[in-house]
Design a protein around this ligand. Structure first.
Ligand SMILES: [Zn+2]
Length: 338
């Protein structure tokens, strides 16, 4: 089969790879329906994370079950499945507590920009649909496997409640999905922080009531102006830089909460400042598996359409173009079709 391999910063190639096989009885192999490039794939692509030896890429996927290991229950070949970027057995204590992305048997997916993918912990990770959904729904279901699930976690971790005010820091795919989540969880006012017109538009379509284009402390000042001088109930940090994290922490009101889901790079938090701010802080890799059944239902029923974050569609063999377009911010998120 063929798939994407990163060799060096800026150098992603589409190459012939070994066909994935069932290696453990708990594995499944799926045939990719659609996959995509993630904002977090840009960290190594931009040289902000070490690459080491050339290796496959991708952690978002929906597909058709091709083969299952002898210990996999509840799945059969031909089923359309949605998974998560973190695999989980869904039976260990951390899974039962709803933190499947910290499963004691967790393995992160890392080879999904390919025609076939091996999924460890298949029975606990994959959610099978009753029937193969219409192709128009595949992008939305694919978004659930990471960006929509992560946006939901941002809103959940930031304790978005009916009637509350939520600020979303970051206008990438996760930030835009976080707007959807804040709306679904009942936020009355949703302030999207974005400087890009097309992304502002999509944020408004997803439910943002206000847009703030200023950044850093200027952005914080605007948020305070819009929130009676004190800051927002909930702030959803969806970037992961030092600046965006400071912006998020300073935008929350005393007693408010920040959910941080952008993978931190160069972020430090000042203990004294956090102490005196009375701001609650929770984040980490999203427990997407906890949300999947609900998110799948919302997509299938047409209640939400996170697939709109894909503004570029390419055949999988042109995956390198997807990285380039996202790196240059010409595209929010690239959908790849095998
Ligand atoms: Zn587990």
């Amino acid at each position: 089969m063929r798939g994407a391999v990163i060799h060096a910063p800026g150098d992603v190639r589409f190459e012939t790879l070994d066909d994935p096989k069932v290696l453990h009885p708990t594995d499944a192999v799926i045939r990719t329906a659609v996959t995509c490039v993630c904002g977090s794939d840009l960290w190594p692509y931009r040289g902000a994370e070490p690459i080491g030896d050339p290796h496959p890429m991708g952690h978002e996927y929906v597909g058709f079950v091709e083969e299952v290991g002898s210990a996999v229950t509840g799945l059969r070949p031909g089923q359309f499945v949605v998974g998560s970027f973190a695999t989980s057995d869904n039976t260990c204590p951390n899974c039962l507590n709803g933190f499947q992305s910290n499963c004691l048997h967790r393995e992160f997916m890392s080879t999904c920009q390919a025609e076939y993918v091996r999924v460890p912990n298949a029975a606990g990770t994959l959610v099978a649909l009753d029937e193969v959904p219409d192709e128009s729904l595949w992008p939305g279901l694919l978004a659930n496997s990471d960006v929509m699930g992560t946006g939901w976690w941002a809103a959940d971790a930031a304790r978005v409640r009916p009637g509350s005010t939520a600020v979303v820091v970051g206008d990438g795919a996760v930030g835009l999905c976080a707007v959807i989540a804040a709306k679904e969880l009942g936020a009355e006012r949703i302030i999207a922080m974005s400087r890009h017109e097309s992304r502002q538009e999509l944020a408004r379509a997803f439910g943002a009531t206000d847009v703030v284009a200023e950044r850093g402390e200027d952005g914080v000042a605007r948020i305070k102006e819009l929130t009676g001088g004190i800051g927002a109930d909930s702030v959803l940090e969806c970037v992961g830089t030092a600046q965006s994290t400071a912006q998020a922490l300073h935008s929350a009101r005393p007693g408010g909460s920040v959910g941080f889901v952008g993978v931190p790079h160069g972020v430090t938090v000042d203990g004294q400042e956090l102490f005196f701010s009375h701001v609650g802080l929770r984040g980490g890799p999203a427990p997407v598996r906890r949300y999947l059944p609900d998110l799948i239902e919302r997509v299938l029923s047409g209640r939400i359409d996170p697939g709109r974050v894909f503004d570029l569609t390419l055949p999988l063999d042109r995956v390198a173009e997807g990285y380039r377009a996202m790196d240059e911010r010409r595209a929010i998120k690239a959908l790849l079709t095998p």
